[in-house]
Design a protein around this ligand. Sequence first.
Ligand SMILES: [Zn+2]
Length: 113
Amino acid sequence: MEHACGGCGRSVEDRFRFCPWCGTPQRSKLVELFRPHPLVETDGSRGLRVSRYLGAEPAARHVRFSVWDGDVATAAISVADEEAARLARFLAAAPATTGVRRRSVGDRARSRH
Ligand SMILES: [Zn+2]
């Protein structure tokens, strides 16, 4: 299925979160769920939900982090886009410690050229 982009009017497949032609977000909120660490969080019933609100006005945009225990949110905090970007940089800078192999800093630096 396709729909018209609210930003440029061109046809965009529904599966896209952002318009491939102009970059306009195609949804007002993006949600991703993150599993707990299997050895540290032995209970296993909790999870982290990250909701990114893509308001039309920059000041309205924010990212909400909520800790869920089963189907109940037990804590939540919203941060501004700038803080979310800082968090992303903080996480991206951490070395891979398990499972998925990530490209090294050297690989990233080389790919920029
Ligand atoms: Zn567009």
